[in-house]
Design a protein around this ligand. Structure first.
Ligand code: ZN
Length: 152
């Protein structure tokens, strides 16, 4: 996919944020800052009656940090912690890929737009802070995936 299209997705989420200041019954909150860029993100996590995650965020900063928070909220809301985990892992892997990884659109959906960001070490933290805040809030709320060990 072209850099132009990636740029378009990021700009769209920046201008029309999803999940920003959405009212949810929050179980835990995490506030993260990226001092090198000045980005700030607060993520709240809750759980719907069906066990799926509810995500709301607020923040300010560069377009990458805010667009990433919007993409993250949209992707994770409505997923169970078990369903969310592979998406979170895939995004982290993409950010560590230095632009060498072809992102899986079926897993990452709009988050593929940040593939190009992984080439710029200074911007990776911008894309990651909301995802780090989510993980932190999930741990606080005990909404992490269930790790099952096989008995056989
Ligand atoms: Zn930033």
């Amino acid at each position: 996919m072209s850099q132009d299209l990636y740029q378009e997705i990021i700009l769209d989420h920046y201008k029309n944020p999803r999940g920003k200041k959405v009212e949810i019954a929050s179980l835990a909150q995490s506030y993260q800052v990226n001092p090198t860029c000045g980005d700030e993100v607060t993520v709240d996590v809750g759980q719907g009656p069906d066990g799926t995650l509810l995500v709301s965020y607020d923040g300010q900063g560069c377009s990458i940090s805010q667009a990433s928070a919007s993409v993250m909220s949209e992707l994770i809301t409505g997923k169970t912690p078990d369903q969310a985990a592979p998406i979170q892992v895939a995004f982290l892997e993409l950010m560590k890929s230095k632009g060498q990884l072809e992102p899986d659109e079926e897993v990452l959906e709009d988050a593929i737009a940040f593939a190009g960001v992984s080439k710029y070490p200074a911007r990776i933290k911008c894309a990651l802070i909301s995802w780090m805040a989510l993980s932190d809030a999930q741990i606080k709320a005990q909404l992490t995936p269930v790790i099952t060990t096989r008995s056989e």
